[in-house]
Write a protein that binds this ligand. Structure first.
Ligand SMILES: N[C@@H](CCC(=O)N[C@@H](CS)C(=O)NCC(=O)O)C(=O)O
Length: 237
């Protein structure tokens, strides 16, 4: 069962209409890449629009009218904007259907998926952000920026240990099948290889999942699309 909001009321229907208009806003190698991968994997028809973060297009009036948070990803579904990577991945997982990329309600793996996605969004993403953009937390003081950066490196090391522990003996993050979580894990793995991070522990289990994600044709298509605007380094390529 899938639920849909129409004019503020929630209505339920059993299958998503195939004619929903999907407009996807992204920036290359941002967290939006996880959504981009799932959109491309899905076979859904969608329009992609790049929001240039370096030139602050995300803070322009036109984009703020679409997403007042000024962030990517955003997915506009028949005129309604959905934000937050976890929410969009859940929505896509449900409209793709058949539990293909996200187990259905009642299947315990669905709650594992949320456990993963929330951890990636609220912990891993923010730890790495505190390294890439320490000023967002520390303001202008160099001493404070250095401290936030160093703490980010420590926090990330702890998160890597947790990811490694969770991926032991797992083919994919939820078990035997690729899911939206693996797309998200792939993006966060790429971020961990960024030269701006002074040190990060070895993470063979996470790397193995990321490498498997990379082998998927849809993922290589997405990376080549995003590379038109930004160099994306895939370490083992
Ligand atoms: N919690 C949000 C975070 C979204 C976010 O911060 N996106 C970044 C790119 S990875 C962004 O748009 N940054 C622009 C800015 O903050 O100015 C999510 O998980 O989608």
């Amino acid at each position: 069962m899938v639920y849909r909001y129409e004019h503020g009321n929630m209505s339920a229907f059993n299958s998503m209409p195939s004619n929903q208009q999907l407009i996807f806003y992204y920036y290359p190698r941002a967290c939006s890449l996880a959504v981009h991968i799932v959109l491309e994997e899905s076979g859904l028809v969608y329009e992609r629009r790049m929001v240039d973060l370096p030139t602050k297009q995300n803070n322009a009036t036109e984009y703020l009218a679409i997403n007042p948070k000024g962030t990517v990803p955003a997915l506009v579904v028949d005129g309604q904007t959905l934000t937050e990577t976890q929410a969009i991945l859940t929505f896509l997982g449900d409209i793709i259907g058949d539990g293909k990329f996200l187990p259905p309600t009642g299947d315990f793996r669905r709650y594992r998926a949320h456990e993963w996605m929330n951890f990636l969004s609220s912990s891993v993403h923010t730890y790495i952000r505190s390294i890439f953009r320490s000023a967002a937390y520390a303001g202008e003081s160099q001493v404070a920026n250095d401290a936030v950066n160093a703490q980010g490196v420590n926090n990330l090391a702890g998160a890597v240990a947790r990811v490694e522990g969770l991926l032991t003996d797992q083919v994919w993050s939820l078990g035997a099948d690729f899911s939206v979580v693996d797309a998200y894990l792939f993006v966060m793995y790429l971020w961990t290889t960024d030269a701006r991070i002074s040190s990060v522990p070895e993470r063979p289990n996470w790397e193995a999942v990321a490498k498997k994600v990379w082998q998927r044709p849809a993922v290589q298509r997405v990376i080549s699309i995003e590379r038109k605007h930004r160099n994306i380094i895939v370490p083992w390529e």
